[in-house]
Write a protein that binds this ligand. Structure first.
Ligand SMILES: Nc1ncnc2c1ncn2[C@@H]1O[C@H](COP(=O)(O)OP(=O)(O)OP(=O)(O)O)[C@@H](O)[C@H]1O
Length: 266
């Protein structure tokens, strides 16, 4: 049978850090392997400090690593506009309006003015911020800031979205709303997503595939396909079974630092 070539191939990736005052490196990622097919929505879950952000940063091109990461066949060496990163803290310029924030990356990337304007309009509308173009981030709610942050990244039309706990700073109601909106956007474009979260519920609601990492160094303890159509019912029995399976894996984890208590299970 013909196998789809992965769009993202993480092959033997190792990252070690030297903490201040320590004489030895701490290996956070050790020869990690992961293949992601185009269009897949992957959630990375694991105890605090296990290396989720480090892995995402390697794929974003922010973090040097040993081994190989290929995106669309090219080795990742530095950040690139084909990989859009959405952070928890919105990463908006406070002195720019919403539309100026969305336009900024397009200017930097030399997109011609007419196309820039059209893309700004299109993506602001897509995230539901039409009417707020002239507003400054300081005047927006957390959910609206994250919508603006998403529009800013989507406007660059990246091939993949890298999201590091993008909804963690939001209240529960807003978070759930944005999760559903994100899936709406994802259904339209089917971009490959790598999404870091602490929330098991968020992971099973969003993902095609949940990757559970265990720490010291990070290893894949569970690679779980979430085989349910979207939009999912958050109380669906099968969804709750997936949640229980993930909780169980996290409990079984060997975690001498006891940091897994930060995982949100309920
Ligand atoms: N630049 C750095 N220098 C030294 N140590 C680092 C650096 N970046 C990360 N680390 C360490 O690497 C480990 C993994 O960090 P990372 O942020 O990737 O974990 P995480 O799983 O994303 O954690 P969290 O869920 O709390 O965000 C942690 O022990 C962290 O302290």
């Amino acid at each position: 049978m013909h196998e789809l070539a992965p769009i993202l191939s993480i092959d033997g990736v190792t990252v070690a850090f030297r903490s201040p005052g320590q004489s030895e490196d701490r290996v956070v990622l050790n020869r990690l392997q992961l293949s992601v097919e185009a269009g897949q929505f992957i959630c990375l879950l694991g105890p605090s400090g296990c290396g989720k952000t480090t892995l995402l940063n390697c794929v974003a091109g922010f973090q040097p690593y040993e081994g190989n990461i290929y995106f669309n066949g090219a080795r990742i060496e530095k950040p690139g506009k084909e990989r859009g990163v959405v952070f928890q803290e919105y990463a908006l310029f406070p002195w720019f309006t919403v539309e100026q924030n969305v336009e900024f990356g397009l200017r930097v990337n030399g997109v011609p003015p007419a196309e820039r304007q059209e893309r700004v309009r299109h993506y602001i509308e897509m995230v539901g911020l039409s009417g707020f173009e002239k507003h400054y981030p300081g005047k927006l709610s957390g959910g609206m800031k994250q919508r603006a942050g998403l529009a800013r990244v989507l406007a660059n039309e990246p091939g993949m979205l890298l999201m590091d706990e993008p909804f963690a700073a939001l209240d529960e109601q807003t978070r759930e709303k944005l999760q559903t909106e994100l899936l709406g956007l994802w259904e339209q474009q089917r971009k490959t997503c790598l999404f870091v979260t602490h929330s098991i519920q968020e992971a099973v609601y969003l993902a095609d595939r949940v990757i559970v990492l265990q720490p010291n160094p990070a290893r894949i303890a569970l690679d779980l396909r979430i085989d349910l159509p979207r939009l999912r019912n958050r109380h669906d029995e099968k969804l709750l079974q997936y949640q229980a399976q993930i909780s169980e894996t996290l409990r079984e984890g060997d975690n001498p630092y006891g940091e897994h208590l930060s995982i949100i299970t309920a």
